[in-house]
Design a protein around this ligand. Structure first.
Ligand SMILES: NC(=O)c1ccc[n+]([C@@H]2O[C@H](COP(=O)([O-])OP(=O)(O)OC[C@H]3O[C@@H](n4cnc5c(N)ncnc54)[C@H](OP(=O)(O)O)[C@@H]3O)[C@@H](O)[C@H]2O)c1
Length: 255
């Protein structure tokens, strides 16, 4: 039995995730966090109002589906308390990932930081890494619902970080030499250019466009309105995280 603590348990992903953990034979939901539901019952347990309170209950794996603002401190607290961690929340910078990695290595626990748990998103990442072995120029477009506060998305940041393992993209006109408004060229993240769109009617999506003389390749992912793909991927990560030490990024590494 893997004992699990879920932070963000009343959320769009947290709620169905908690139900799926309770329904699984090999997983046991032992603690849960949501500030506004503090003290409310959830199955056999009572929801905690803070991560510190929830970590007082013994558990094996801490899962974070809270927010870009809270995730770093939550995960550092969990890792320092000896928990393996699965990070769903977006918004972690590379510096924050490095800090969590150091803490996880010194506590000898695993952390899976996955920008998007959906299988189709994992496949896009895998195909993009393969394409980058052959194509040296690309830009990334990250799209999401109007209310998403963080940009670029966790998935876009993760893809940019993973692409550095293959190569740096070729750039013909250095961005700082742009004539006009340099911000029109998007953000540079790990040398990749990322353009973030936030609009009503969108859920979550990512496109990577490769360009080459006289030809183009576009890989495109679109998430639908339900949380099922993220729940399925998160359950897999909960089951596998104890195989790792330190931070591992990318759902494709679990496939
Ligand atoms: N990696 C992926 O595949 C994936 C997929 C979907 C979403 N996400 C990311 O996951 C995060 C959550 O998404 P969501 O749509 O489920 O959000 P949501 O519906 O807004 O739910 C957030 C949950 O976190 C709790 N929460 C917020 N701040 C907190 C804090 N400081 N301490 C403790 N609990 C806190 C909320 O309850 P209270 O406000 O009552 O505390 C609520 O239960 C976002 O960063 C989103 O971008 C990632």
């Amino acid at each position: 039995m893997i004992r699990v603590c879920v932070a963000g348990v009343t959320g769009w992903v947290g709620q169905p995730l908690a139900a799926a953990i309770e329904a699984a034979d090999d997983l046991d939901l032992v603690a849960a966090v949501a500030r506004s539901a503090r003290g409310e019952p959830l199955g056999r347990l009572t929801i905690s109002g803070s991560v510190e309170e929830a970590l007082a209950v013994p558990s094996d794996v801490f899962v974070d589906y809270t927010s870009a603002v809270a995730v770093k401190d939550n995960v550092l607290a969990a890792v320092r308390a000896g928990r393996h961690a699965v990070i769903g929340s977006s918004g972690l910078t590379d510096d924050a990932v490095r800090e969590i990695d150091e803490a996880a290595r010194s506590a000898k626990v695993g952390v899976l930081a996955i920008g998007n748990f959906a299988i189709t998103a994992a496949l896009l990442q895998r195909f993009a890494l393969e394409a980058a072995q052959h194509l040296s120029s690309w830009e990334i477009i990250d799209s999401a619902y109007a209310g998403k506060m963080d940009a670029p998305s966790g998935m876009a940041r993760e893809l940019a970080a993973r692409l550095t393992e293959v190569r740096s993209p070729d750039v013909e006109v250095p961005v700082e030499k742009t004539v006009g408004d340099v911000t029109a060229r998007g953000a540079t993240v790990n040398q990749s250019r990322i353009h973030s769109i936030r609009l009503p009617g969108y859920t979550i999506g990512l496109e990577i466009r490769f360009g080459r003389q006289d030809e183009r390749l576009t890989l495109s992912y679109d998430g639908g309105p339900g949380a099922t793909p993220y729940v399925e991927g998160t359950l897999l990560a909960i089951r596998r995280v104890r195989e790792f030490i330190g931070v591992t990024r990318g759902m494709d590494r679990l496939l």
